[in-house]
Design a protein around this ligand. Structure first.
Ligand code: SAH
Ligand code: SF4
Ligand code: F3S
Length: 480
């Protein structure tokens, strides 16, 4: 048995938000110790990332740190000396996937006992899950959390040299660490965090506990990253935060997100998108800016969660259906050809048939281009987990199916209007369906699989749509 060194997560501390006005976020730069520099000589790494785009961006920094330590990238876990699971805790199903995957790879540890298994991300911030992981998979060498990503090189060094099992998870409100190395996963576009954490505490959601308080990056740091991406030839930036509309509140900016977005638009980068825009904290100025700037894409991911005011109130979302629709209507009016996607939770505790029908009506009104729909999943420690829930799993699943069917029909109808149109697509790489074709997104965020007679990777090309499906379009590039 290995020696153990544990600092476990603590839900009570994770929940804490300091009310003190002078509780300013601590900003500092990443530095790596010289010893860690040589740790990866002649060794390979494999990082598997789950969850949201913010986690994908974390994965890019984790890969960046590993390469700074001298590790090289392995295409498959079987060839790696360090295997890192960068996890998501949003629903139980997401966690179960990770737990199963670690189990599937257990044999690697038997074959090569020096292989390091490490785990980080949102699952690491949950005490019960860390305990479950340690019990089911004692072969895990290192667990660290979302607040001490920057400690990864030092932690890995300790685990490799001292041969101990280490858990180091901070449960603080969080700080902002800049200048982390990054290995970008895409050459066409780049993800840029604009803020971390979440203070909304929607009653079903684990994120405010796993990611800490809302804290904005400084505008200059964000703009430097955008300019870097532009100089590297990337055509698109995706600005990320759990609730981007709250950007700058903690920096005492009045209209922070609109100001930031205007500055990002001024850099001249060709395409800008942002996730996630919460209906709370909305400023009309944002809609006006979207209407005015050509490089801000006419697309909005606008999560509604439910079409029933009663359910929204119990979710503590902080808006009504009427408010949501008024924002939606204003955007449709002001931003030409804007498209919308959303998130919907089905089967929230106490959701009646009438509540669900209200969600169906809202979907009818908003005619979403796509929606991410989820069965409610109880998260330990969140208020909704202790709300009475009498609806059977069968009823919930039937509702989800009904909703998905309607969403698919709406999306298919909307996509039909693209037939024979010519759209601008940023080519991101080979199509997942057919590797002789390319794939990319239109300005209004439609996924297009298309053929092209030259290698158009990272280019924005004119594609004529030849076939439409519910959630994708097919086409061919017009010859130059
Ligand atoms: N910050 C974003 C959402 C991030 S989580 C926002 O507020 O819009 C992404 C989506 O996961 C949520 O919009 C919600 O639809 C879903 N989700 C979050 N917690 C969930 C839970 N406990 N069960 C089911 N779905 C959940
Ligand atoms: Fe979760 Fe709500 Fe925060 Fe989104 S806004 S991350 S749903 S608590
Ligand atoms: Fe998942 Fe954490 Fe993102 S729970 S969705 S990885 S913030």
């Amino acid at each position: 048995m290995k020696n153990k060194d544990y600092l476990m997560p603590d839900l009570k501390l994770e929940k804490k938000r300091s009310l003190k006005k002078d509780n300013a976020t601590n900003y500092r730069d990443f530095q790596m110790s010289l010893e860690a520099n040589r740790l990866g000589q002649d060794k390979k790494y494999f990082v598997k990332t789950y969850g949201c785009q913010a986690n994908v961006r974390d994965g890019e920094s984790l890969s960046g740190m590993l390469e700074m330590m001298g590790f090289t990238y392995a295409e498959v876990p079987e060839k790696a000396n360090v295997i890192l699971f960068n996890t998501c805790a949003i629903r139980r199903a997401a966690e179960e996937k990770v737990i199963a995957e670690i189990g599937n790879l257990k044999y690697l540890k038997r074959e090569k006992p020096d292989t390091i298994f490490a785990l980080c991300g949102c699952m690491a911030q949950e005490k019960d899950v860390v305990e479950e992981l340690l019990q089911k998979h004692p072969q895990i060498d290192l667990i660290f959390g979302t607040h001490n990503l920057y400690r990864f090189p030092s932690l890995l060094q300790e685990v490799m040299l001292k041969k101990i099992q280490k858990v180091e998870v901070y449960s603080q409100e969080g700080e902002v660490v800049e200048a982390l190395p990054v290995k970008r996963s895409m050459s066409a576009k780049g993800f840029v965090n604009i803020m971390y954490g979440c203070d909304k505490f929607c009653t079903y959601c684990i994120v405010p506990y796993t990611r800490g308080k809302e804290r904005s990056r400084r505008m200059k740091d964000i703009l430097d990253e955008v300019l870097d991406l532009k100089q590297s030839g990337r055509k698109e930036v995706v600005l990320l935060g759990q609730n981007v509309n709250a950007y700058g509140k903690d920096l005492h900016m009045e209209d922070g997100f609109t100001d930031l977005l205007r500055a990002v638009s001024d850099t001249g980068i060709e395409r800008i998108r942002f996730y996630t825009s919460h209906p709370r904290d909305y400023h009309s100025s944002l809609i006006d800016l979207m209407a005015e700037r050509k490089n801000i894409m006419p697309f909005l991911h606008f999560p509604v969660q439910s079409g029933s005011n009663d359910v929204l109130r119990r979710m503590a979302r902080g808006y009504t259906v009427e408010h949501y629709i008024s924002l939606y209507n204003e955007m449709i009016q002001k931003v030409p050809n804007i498209t919308f996607t959303t998130d919907i939770i089905v089967g929230f505790p106490g959701e009646s048939e009438a509540d669900f029908e209200k969600t169906m009506s809202l979907v009818e009104h908003c005619q979403y281009d796509m929606a991410y729909t989820f069965l409610y999943s109880a998260r330990l420690g969140t208020p909704a987990a202790s709300m009475p829930d009498f609806i059977s799993k069968e009823v919930k699943k039937e509702r989800l199916q009904r909703l998905n069917q309607r969403l698919r029909d709406i999306a298919a109808e909307k996509n039909k209007t693209y037939l024979h149109k010519v759209v601008k697509v940023l080519c991101e790489g080979a199509s997942k369906k057919n590797n002789e074709m390319y794939a990319g997104y239109t300005e209004d965020n439609k996924l297009v699989n298309f053929s092209c007679s030259w290698n158009c990777l990272d280019e924005i090309v004119d594609v004529e749509i030849t076939e439409t499906h519910s959630y994708t379009l097919n086409g061919r590039v017009l010859e130059k």
